[in-house]
Design a protein around this ligand. Structure first.
Ligand code: IMP
Ligand code: MG
Length: 173
């Protein structure tokens, strides 16, 4: 399907990672009121697999955000395109993201959600590029740390394409 893409994480590797993350999350949130919040659109594929590996009662919701500024440089100010449906006061929030790069998006989002008095906020990201971080951010559950590659697949896009690849690959233009 995609000749210019080199596999970085196979479908099998992703499956193992998601199973392990789900089990850990289920253990940590056992007996608690959990709301899993996916960040559209990139986290949608990861999130749909992940929640089926979290074997405790939970609710889900989604947010859609867009970064102000040029498409290549994250400004840290985020525009909310779709907000959560319900009040999160007193709930344990687990934000699910596809990939953390500079950290600016999640830093802004956690501050925003914190102002709504949830019981707790944690972050789960399938991928993280620690060498790219511009702001320190605590990621509680990380699928895998990767180098500064531009990746696509498993929900992650390049110009809205490749989200449907069943693996994560390095995009080589
Ligand atoms: P940041 O952490 O605020 O810089 O932005 C993270 C967002 O940038 C992710 O949710 C992705 O939408 C996007 N992003 C970062 N790295 C990549 C990549 O390698 N491929 C595709 N999108 C990426
Ligand atoms: Mg994103």
């Amino acid at each position: 399907m995609a000749e210019n893409i080199k596999v970085l994480m196979s479908k099998e590797e992703i499956g193992d990672i998601v199973t392990n993350l789900g089990a850990k999350i289920a253990k940590d949130y056992s007996g608690k009121k959990l709301l899993v919040v996916g960040i559209l659109k990139g986290a949608s594929v990861f999130m749909s697999d992940l929640i089926r590996k979290i074997d405790i009662p939970l609710e889900i919701d989604f947010m859609d955000v867009s970064s102000y500024g040029s498409s290549t440089k994250s400004s840290g100010v985020v525009r909310i395109l779709k907000d959560l449906e319900d009040d999160i006061a007193g709930k344990n929030i687990l934000i699910v993201e596809d990939i953390v790069d500079t950290g600016l998006t999640l830093s802004y989002l956690t501050k925003l959600l914190n102002s709504r008095a949830p019981e707790s906020i944690k972050i789960c990201s399938l991928l993280s590029k620690p060498s790219r971080r511009e702001i320190e951010i605590d990621i509680d559950y990380i699928g895998k740390d990767i180098e500064d590659f531009f990746v696509v697949g498993y929900g992650i896009d390049y110009a809205e394409k490749y989200r449907n690849l069943p693996y994560v690959g390095i995009y080589e233009s």
